[in-house]
Design a protein around this ligand. Sequence first.
Ligand code: UDP
Length: 246
Amino acid sequence: MRKIVEIAGINIDDLSMEEAVEKIYEFIESDKNHAVYTPNAEIMMDGITNKEMKAILNNADMLVADGAGVVLASKILGKEVAEKVSGVDLVKNLLTASSKRPVKFFLFGGKPGIPEKANANIVCDYPGAEIAGTRNGYFSKEDEEAIINEINSSGADVLLVCLGAPKQELWITENRDRLKVKASLGVGGTMDILAGNVKLAPDFFRNHGLEWLYRLYKEPKRFKRMLRLPKFIFYVIGIRLGFVKH
Ligand code: UDP
């Protein structure tokens, strides 16, 4: 049974990092593919304003709170989730766990050369982690069949899909039943971080819920997109105060 916290009509799993990792091991033991998404405030706002996105998120098998904004929203609504479970930290914890409890990963997404670079770093940083295959995230519709065959024949258990949001969530939803992996994780910029191409925000920013500020400083062109963060918080305050019906 899932322990759910409903935020603006979107069902977020109330899980600690450790529980989230365990849940993925449960998926690996099962006989079907599971969709796992890690919405931040931007994706939550997409879900609120776009019915199709809301349905995609609510059809996931696991939806964890990626980002201080989603955790804050749960607090505002008086049903606080256990902790922030960001996509990148979830993947790092799984890679670490896989040295004792083997998992085969397939790395899908990022610019050409990036998943291969991520693979090389994983081999050094996570001894025992097994990468069954890699594929960059730039492809045409005609390539999809071959990509899916490549993933399926690799024997991977866990597929990391790093195509950015909402492309990765749409791709997983569309191909969920054709994939033989046991869990497909939509984890955005994780490939760039594993490849060492993009740096995680320093601990101060991560520990104080200010990762968005660091990201804005690094990528000012994201400003417009990031306005969805305050919009999301105001929306949730509106729900709490009874001004917003959803
Ligand atoms: N990406 C990809 N294929 C695409 C578009 C993007 O593989 O068609 C990759 C991109 O190279 C980057 C990742 O998706 O590594 C995340 O992109 P972005 O930072 O825009 O996504 P977000 O952080 O919003 O999830």
